[in-house]
Design a protein around this ligand. Structure first.
Ligand code: FAD
Length: 306
């Protein structure tokens, strides 16, 4: 069995694996797709000490750093079930292939995925104007026109954030009213360069073949279609943790985030979690890496006491 089995091969999982392996303990990584969300990212400009890099390049470096150590990487393997230890102190992770991997401690780092609009043009123009992370990509739209799709807390926060950087923000909400906290709505309405459109369903992302040029939305009351000309679209309709496979085995919030304490411990003895799949606030690469390192040190601490 492994001393530490990391489930997930994004920045949190890679950091956890390196920290564990450096303790000289038996370390494994199971990843459906090594690299995680970073593989889908173009420019990265907030990975501190690296002014600019690209997703695939950072993933290659993560992979190399993990391979420098004695880590058993099982890539293209999805975990489908966690069977908590009963008596023998070994947790079992069942894989889609039918295999089962045993470990004294487990670090869950299966990340999350942005919910998509699912409209024509969204896929084609991803990273070419269609964005999901205002902290990451906001500065790319300095002085330009953007839209934010979604009027919940994250959408309204994104619109307020972007309004300080870009020329104009159009916030588009499906419902007849915004769902964000009142204090955020008041702040948003006080900004001169924001337009709020409610009862609106985005139906299409427009582009010139290379980049976004606008979007089309339908007024849900009148059925009329309208076009907004712009350069950027931030989709803020939810970040979904990849935790469905754990159903019931561990404490989670109603949004599916694994509950962790300050030492990344979960509700299950010997099972830790890190990164975007957890309740840790703010989902970012540097944060996921720090959390992965913390989870690994906590797992090591657990091992020397058991
Ligand atoms: P992830 O990166 O999501 O990795 C999860 C890992 O778990 C993957 O290997 C996945 O295949 C695996 N996995 C999932 N389910 C299973 C399963 N059942 N069994 C086995 N493995 C599984 N952050 C920044 O700091 N700067 C940026 O510029 C930036 N830009 C971004 C741009 C885009 C388009 C996106 C989508 C995100 C961006 N982010 C950025 C956010 C950043 O990528 C995430 O916060 C970070 O990757 C989270 O790391 P993680 O390891 O927790 O999860």
């Amino acid at each position: 069995p492994f001393d530490v089995l990391v489930v997930g091969g994004g920045p949190a999982g890679a950091a956890a694996a390196i920290y564990a392996a450096r303790k000289g303990i038996r370390t494994g990584v199971v990843a459906e797709r090594f690299g995680g969300q970073v593989l889908d990212t173009m420019g990265i400009e907030n990975f501190i000490s690296v002014p600019h890099t690209e997703g695939p390049k950072l993933v290659a470096q993560l992979e190399q750093h993990v391979k420098d150590y004695d880590v058993d990487v099982m890539n293209v393997q999805a975990a489908v079930k966690l069977k908590p230890a009963n008596g023998d102190g070994l947790h079992h992770i069942e894989l889609a292939s039918g295999a089962s991997v045993k470990a004294k401690t487990v670090i869950l780092s299966t990340g999350a995925r942005w919910r998509q609009m699912g409209v024509p043009g969204e896929d084609e123009y991803r990273n070419k104007g269609v964005a999901y992370c205002p902290h990451c990509d906001g500065p790319l739209f300095k002085g330009k026109r953007t839209a934010v799709i979604g009027g919940g807390n994250s959408g309204v926060e994104a619109a307020i954030d972007l309004a300080g950087i870009v020329r104009h923000v159009t916030l588009i909400e499906f419902d007849s009213q915004l769902r964000a906290d009142a204090v955020l709505q008041t702040k948003l309405r006080s900004l001169p360069n924001v337009t709020i459109i409610t009862s609106a369903m985005t139906t299409q992302v427009l582009g010139d073949g290379g980049k976004v040029t606008g979007l089309v939305y339908k007024n849900r009351e009148t059925g009329e279609e309208h076009t907004v000309e712009l350069e950027g679209i931030f989709v803020q309709i939810g970040l979904v943790p990849n935790t469905e496979w754990l159903n019931g085995s561990i404490a989670m919030t109603n949004r599916g985030e694994i509950e962790v304490d300050a030492h990344n411990a979960t509700s299950l003895d010997g099972v830790f979690a890190a990164g975007d799949c957890t309740t840790v606030p703010f989902k970012q690469i540097v944060i996921a890496m720090g959390e992965g390192a913390k989870a690994s040190l906590a797992a090591f601490d657990y091992l020397i006491r058991h």
